[in-house]
Write a protein that binds this ligand. Sequence first.
Ligand SMILES: [Mg+2]
Length: 474
Amino acid sequence: MKARAILHIDMDAFFAAIEQLRRPELRGKPVVVGGDGNPRSRAVVSTASYEARVFGIRSAMPMREALRLCPQAIFLPVDFAAYEAVSARLMALLREITPLVQPVSLDEAFLDATECAAAAEEIARTLKARIRGDLGLTASVGVAPNKLLAKIASDMHKPDGLTIITAERAAEMLAPLPVSRLWGVGPKAEARLREIGITTIGDLARVPEERLVETFGGAWGRMLAEHARGIDDSPVETHREPKSMSRETTFERDIQDQETLRGVLREMSDDLAGWLRESGYGARTVTVKVRFGDFTTVTRSLTMPEAVDDAPAIFEIAGRLMARVEWSEAAWVSAVERSTLHKSGTSPGAASVTAAERRTLHRSGTSLEAESVSAVERQALHQRGTSPGAEPASAATRNTLQGVARASEAESVIAVERHASHRGRTRRVRLVGLRVAGLIASGTAPSRPGGPAGAGNRPEQTSLFPTSSPADEP
Ligand SMILES: [Mg+2]
């Protein structure tokens, strides 16, 4: 899966900066915007200029306290109409980059630059220059692989900052920050965390997850554990035509039980089919996502020539995609090794891959027989360009191969390898997700009850997941 590139744009002292822009005599002076501008009223501070912040004035502070802290400050009424006009120009500017913009407030927005041609950092620099040139204001921008990290990043070097948090450096950059920087950690949660000795995000990431679940309950405890590790899958949401719709479930505790997974997948298939029909769409792409107990995440995706909008078809495709996930420890380790070899520039030729795999299989205790069968099959597969029907393949492998042949991404090696290392331990699952995309208005492509494979040429399915007993597919 392509890593996402998310930007969080946050204007610096927005209301006060606009006042200083239109009244040059206020520049360089402590300006406090709030209520009707009367510092003796009950109103609170909306925005303080950076010159006023030096005196300890903050947003949401009573105006009277601001007056006490800095009697010489200039107090001004909130002029929403003026700020909204500037905000509209800001959002228009962002939408010139991509339509995938989610305004959060008048002066804050997320932008999804994943599909943009330019690098995210380049886009951030361009944006900051345009905001300065066109609006006469400064913004702080965070760039990261998700919204959670992008928002934390934009806050790290204010004002006029540009901060990049990469997936590799996320843990290190989050560790020293107070837990209150995480979404959903308000003063109450902060106090409860402090009671159990947690003040920084690094502390939080080190706490056993069971402890967080005990303290905060299943859903919230597990979300905290993910956020502490910089994990956040929430999409940038626009009010435009939907591009995709998804459902996901984080289990109360990690599971291995196939029936539970199947049940959840079926529910999500029903749910998404209902949504598709209500919205009048069919979906050409189905994606499953699995997050394991060690927080690693894999997705498997299939794009079909025709759209589907019915639950059985979506469920069937989801099942096939699930069969392409590395469920056993051995297959997973091997896949990671192969990708390491690939990245390190080692020739992806069969010899080096096989050597790495042989070691892995050996370590995992998989029999030599399975290993050599796997090698032969892989070879056959290679020559055939993933077409089904390779002679040495077992029935189960043939099924897998048929599924792979229809898939948009060729992952034949992984499929065969999984078969070979069938005996490895099964990984535990913390989250499962299902997404439909490639939406087209229904009516243009009627769905077929048998799914993309059609009822006639559907391979005999053994099971959704290679760990279960065979022949229980509905
Ligand atoms: Mg702001």
